[in-house]
Design a protein around this ligand. Structure first.
Ligand code: GAP
Length: 513
């Protein structure tokens, strides 16, 4: 199945099974804003718990905070967001649609890559086992021509972006004859910078109001609390502050479902270190974060680092963790060495001394910072993308199963009476009453057992238990495993031991230790 189709199926599966709904769905939705449904919120909470515990529980020197979304407006002047948190936008005069100029060009680069991949796939099919892909890429004239066009465009684009040259971006769009997907015309406006922060006002009277912003990242809530936490927690360097919370960006291009949203959630950790040690910590955090991702068991080949060549003016190293989504390798997390830029800027704008007194060297200095910043929603999408599976079973029947890591699954155990009578529902409820303190259980009595299994497969429930007439006599039930569909007879009092460990966040945490 084409990857594009897989992605469409994941999006509709998310809606059909109560994971993700368009926001305000009855009013036809709101662009790039989504709501999490009854299953989605459980999965999302499990992801957050996995992250939070890996930071705060597993590190003696990391503590958490929960800062407000609204912050003093000077925060964003100091951080540089007021002046520089921009995307280059361009409008098509005919369709009146707005686009990100950089995205239009990146899509054009992807088109060349697609052409090359199509040639390779065609040749691979034709030549079968004897196909030498490397040689084909080096010698085929059509591949070479498209590769040369792609590389030249990439170079021109990088130069224009690095120089912040908006005219050059427009010229590329014209030269490449990129058209508006709606109107099909080249009738473009000039490229302009567009600030991504949402503005609103605090105060109730016209004279007494002031403009404030919805935070575009949670990190600044940590920086402005550095002194509070360091002093009240008597924190010694190196130490970290972790936070999970909402962030808002007025993204121009709203697409790819929950990959790029206007309201989203971040899990960020700022790790304060002694100047001069930051690059060592940067490497350590890269490995630690990759270990966290890979403990989910999605396969090392589906992850890669993308080290940034062009760094933000305040950074001295940066790398993304990319995951193979149905639409290619995409950034899920950023790890940044942000030097002392943020604390230094807040010291300058607030007039407060924001430093650390080092008892070992008897000197004060502004700590350097390593940041790990991951989007909850992107993580959710990567989990969903990897877990969604369509299987053909023996006898030709098919099933859709979400092979979620059990620790992240919304429901851990479904308990089903074989029939809705003769005391079987009561027995099933009794099992749930005992186990619900330990993990999330659901009761399900509607439809045939086969249909109920399929329903649970589709939401990723790792275990199902069927209560039948023998259960009343000998206190045993049939335990069914989601991935293998294996069934075995077990004693009811064994259930907790069989299931609890496998579905706990602790089981994941132990894999990264
Ligand atoms: N404090 C650093 C920072 O915010 P970023 O690379 O802009 O860095 C970090 O964002 C992470 O937040 C990204 O790797 C991504 O997972 C997530 N993210 C950023 N913008 C997003 C958006 N519009 N929708 C969903 N997730 C987003």
């Amino acid at each position: 199945m084409a990857q594009e189709d897989v992605f469409k199926k994941i999006v509709s599966h998310c809606k059909e099974y109560g994971f993700v709904f368009p926001s305000s769905d009855i009013y036809d939705g709101l662009g790039a804003v989504y709501d999490y449904g009854q299953n989605g919120v459980e999965l999302k909470n499990n992801i957050k718990q996995y992250w939070w515990q890996s930071m705060v529980l597993l590190h003696e020197n990391i503590v958490g905070i929960d800062a407000a979304i609204f912050m003093h407006p000077t925060t964003w002047k100091a951080s540089g967001h007021v002046d520089a948190f921009n995307d280059p936008l361009i409008d098509n005069r005919d369709s009146k649609k707005r686009y990100r100029a950089d995205v239009l060009i990146e899509d054009q680069i992807a088109k060349y890559e697609e052409k090359i991949n199509k040639e390779v796939a065609k040749a691979a099919k034709k030549f079968g086992d004897s196909f030498d892909e490397a040689k084909f890429r080096e010698t085929n004239p059509r591949v070479l021509e498209n590769q040369q066009k792609r590389d030249a465009l990439h170079q021109r684009y990088s130069d224009a972006m690095n120089a912040g040259d908006l005219e050059a971006l427009k010229q590329i769009i014209l030269d490449e004859e990129i058209v508006c997907p709606i109107s099909g015309t080249h009738n473009w406006t000039d490229v302009r910078q567009f600030n991504l922060m949402f503005k609103t006002e605090v105060g109730s009277t016209a004279e007494g109001t002031s403009t404030i912003y919805l935070r575009p990242e949670t990190a600044q809530g940590i920086f402005v609390n550095y002194l509070n936490v360091q002093k009240t927690g008597r924190m010694k360097l190196p130490f970290g502050i972790a936070q999970i919370g909402k962030a808002f960006r007025n993204e121009i291009v709203a697409r790819q479902f929950i990959f790029r949203m206007r309201e989203f959630e971040q899990m960020e950790m700022q790790f304060f270190v002694k100047p001069g040690t930051e690059l060592e910590w940067f490497e350590k955090w890269k490995q630690t974060r990759m270990g966290w991702h890979q403990a989910l068991g999605f396969g090392a080949e589906n992850y890669r680092f993308h080290d940034h060549e062009k760094l933000a003016h305040y950074a001295n190293a940066a790398s993304d963790v990319e995951f193979k989504m149905p639409f290619g390798f995409k950034e899920v997390e950023g790890i940044h060495s942000r030097t002392n830029f943020d604390l230094g800027q807040h010291a300058k704008y607030s007039g407060k001394k924001i430093e650390y007194f080092d008892p070992e060297t008897n000197e004060s200095y502004t700590p350097y910072v390593i940041e790990t910043s991951i989007g909850v929603d992107r993580m959710f999408l990567s989990v969903m993308s990897h877990s969604y599976c369509e299987e053909t079973l023996e006898g030709g029947e098919s099933r859709v199963v979400l092979k979620l890591p059990p620790a992240l699954a919304p429901v851990k155990l479904a308990v089903m009476p074989l029939v809705k009578k003769d005391g079987l529902p009561e027995k099933a409820h009794e099992i749930i009453r005992d186990l619900r303190f330990h993990f999330n259980c659901k009761y399900d009595e509607k439809d045939s057992i086969g249909k109920r299994y399929r329903r649970q497969d589709a939401v990723g429930t790792p275990f199902c238990v069927t209560v039948d007439y023998d259960s009343l006599k000998d206190n045993t039930v049939t335990l069914r495993y989601r991935d293998t569909m294996e069934q075995k007879r077990v004693r009811i009092e064994e259930l907790r031991t069989l299931i609890e460990d496998e579905v706990s966040i602790t089981s994941l945490l132990k894999k990264i230790m």
